[in-house]
Design a protein around this ligand. Sequence first.
Ligand code: UDP
Length: 239
Amino acid sequence: MSQKKPAYQRILLKLSGESLLGEVSYGIDFHRTQSIVQEIKEIRDLAVQVAVMIGGGNIFRGTQGTQAGMDRSSADYMGLLATLINGIALQDSLEKEGMMSRHVSAVEIEAVAEPFIRRRVINHLNKGRVVIFSAGIGSPYFTTDTAAALRALEIKAEVILKATKVDGVYSADPLKDKEAKRYRSIQYLDVIKKGLKVMDTTAISLCRDNNLPIFIFNLKKKGNIKKAVLGKDVGTKIY
Ligand code: UDP
């Protein structure tokens, strides 16, 4: 059978910190990182341009600090730094798979990552380099989901592929309700109105205001990144 053409030329893949946990309960499972990177290679081999926004929840989230009485901004900066650690690991794995990459941080840390310069990032993508965005948008009170939406718009990605642990957006919790159905697609406003916790509302609103689709899919099923890029029915499109 002939290879189907990708549905997108440039994508932004949102990976949560949790997606790097694999078999460990804290930090980074390097086998997991490597297998995610192999999936990224599959879509690079289709000549799809790939930017990744990496989260930090496997190491630290701002809320852990605030719950312990920390100042919100300080706690969030700790979360930001966690994403940088993941970015370094991801870049190392990408290189081990023979892919060219650039690590772009929203906070200055020139020894390990370059600053975000939009035109430079687009140039990297055009040259086939995988761009890893870390440190979110560089400010506290935000999440890496919102940062994913912002950067996707800036680099003119055609879609955000949001990797999760579930097969998409459901009408109810599929673990509790046998009648729960996966939506093939759902509108931004319905996600917000129904209070579906797939992405934070700031991120969804930003996508809605700018007509940027989000595709929610299950990263735990091998091969799903490629299937999502090929436009197969493996998740839910929010549009
Ligand atoms: N964070 C932030 N500003 C940003 C992005 C992230 O302050 O623009 C902080 C925030 O504390 C967050 C942490 O970094 O809890 C890790 O990011 P996130 O929770 O989005 O990671 P994920 O859930 O995707 O692993």
